[in-house]
Ligand binder design. Structure first.
Ligand SMILES: NC(=O)C1=CN([C@@H]2O[C@H](COP(=O)(O)OP(=O)(O)OC[C@H]3O[C@@H](n4cnc5c(N)ncnc54)[C@H](OP(=O)(O)O)[C@@H]3O)[C@@H](O)[C@H]2O)C=CC1
Ligand SMILES: CC(C)(CO)C(=O)C(=O)O
Length: 327
């Protein structure tokens, strides 16, 4: 299977390494020193089951890679407009595009029966660029569990073994194309269930981002260190509880266990949004934090703690020139 990973940083690098290990014909779109290192020395993934080295074809220019059976998009959300602008050469008539990222996805309400059917989300797809360039029929949803970091150009470190990439069609079908991507990932040691309810998985993962992300950004520490203070661990639980209420207002049912898992987290990992702040990279505030809060307002769901924490995170990001100033 010919698969291109678009934005092969921490998560995409891990995924590309797994695909290569499983025998897929994998290529990747990357840039800068990371790309140069992969082109010169290959891609190294340090994972719980060993260090995996591969030599995927890599380029900053999708035109050099050509049409694919599937594209897996793993950029940070602020880079999605660039993906929309650059993805066309990777797309043949049947190419599927899986978005394996955190946050509320741009396609969330498209084609879904209910009061919000076909509502667009400009916060995650400004100007509808992705909808135009990729479109719903090609799109597969994705959720990733992994705690990964590019530790030096060309080298990705994955913190623990509890990894998986969950795939799901926006309309709930268990499709052959989702199964094919899943099989390619599993062949390389990445568990990859295909679900009929990807929105439930989006929210289950988002509870973690809402629970630990704002607090870790404000504390500037990883999850374990931030949650070492029982007051902050309880605050993390409360943020997750607010996220659960927003999901419920949209008809997505999450359990006490989903919330408890967030509050019990002890990983040393710095959430990727904190990594972005520290490295001066655009932060995924809109997709991870602002879009859920917009949905809270849309559904009349109170989320007072998240409103406060996210307002503070935006100020931190503004001070670092990583988020637009209040006009
Ligand atoms: N890291 C983690 O542990 C986890 C991350 N996630 C989610 O996964 C997604 C990806 O995160 P992560 O892997 O950490 O992000 P990274 O920043 O590590 O990876 C994204 C990569 O895409 C590259 N990129 C962006 N735009 C382009 C472009 N136009 N052309 C070529 N390359 C480009 C970036 O390059 P450059 O660095 O130059 O910008 C970077 O290497 C996010 O939604 C994140 O929230 C989910 C679970 C855990
Ligand atoms: C912290 C973690 C692993 C889960 O909340 C994550 O998704 C991230 O780093 O962005």
């Amino acid at each position: 299977m010919k698969i291109c990973v678009y934005g092969a940083g921490a998560i995409g690098g891990h995924i590309a390494g797994r695909l290569a290990r499983g025998g897929a014909e994998v290529s990747l779109v990357a840039r800068g020193a990371h790309l140069a290192a992969i082109q010169a020395n290959g891609l190294t993934v340090q994972a719980h089951d060993g260090t995996h080295h591969s030599r995927p074809k890599a380029s900053a220019d999708p035109r050099e890679l050509g049409p694919q059976d599937a594209v897996i998009v793993t950029v940070k959300a602020p880079a999605l407009p660039d993906v929309a602008a650059g993805i066309a050469p990777l797309l043949g008539p049947e190419t599927a595009v899986a978005f394996v990222m955190n946050g509320i996805p741009w396609w969330y309400f498209l084609g879904v029966n209910g009061p919000h059917r076909d509502r667009r989300l400009p916060a995650v797809d400004p100007g509808g660029a992705l909808e135009s360039a990729v479109g719903l029929p090609r799109t597969i949803g994705g959720v990733v569990y992994s705690a990964a970091e590019v530790v030096s150009p060309g080298v990705v470190h994955s913190e623990h073994g509890n990894i998986r990439v969950i795939l799901g069609e926006p309309d709930g079908r268990i499709s052959d194309r989702a199964r094919a991507i899943s099989a390619a990932l599993e062949a390389g040691g990445m568990p990859s269930p295909v679900t009929p309810d990807i929105r439930q998985e989006v929210w289950a993962k988002l509870l973690g981002n809402l629970g630990n992300g704002p607090l870790c950004v404000l504390a500037r520490r990883g999850v374990r260190d931030t949650f070492a203070d029982p007051l902050l661990r309880e605050a993390g639980r409360r943020s997750a509880e607010e996220g659960r209420a927003i999901a419920a207002a949209l008809g997505v049912v999450l359990t006490d266990q989903h919330v408890a898992r967030v509050a019990a987290s002890n990983m040393a990992h710095k959430p990727s949004i904190l990594q972005d702040l520290e490295l001066g990279r655009p932060m995924e505030i809109d997709a991870l934090f602002d879009a859920p809060l917009q949905l809270a307002r849309l559904t009349g769901t109170p989320a007072p703690q998240l409103e406060l924490l996210v307002a503070l995170v935006k100020q931190v990001a503004r001070a670092a020139k990583l988020y637009p100033d209040i006009p």
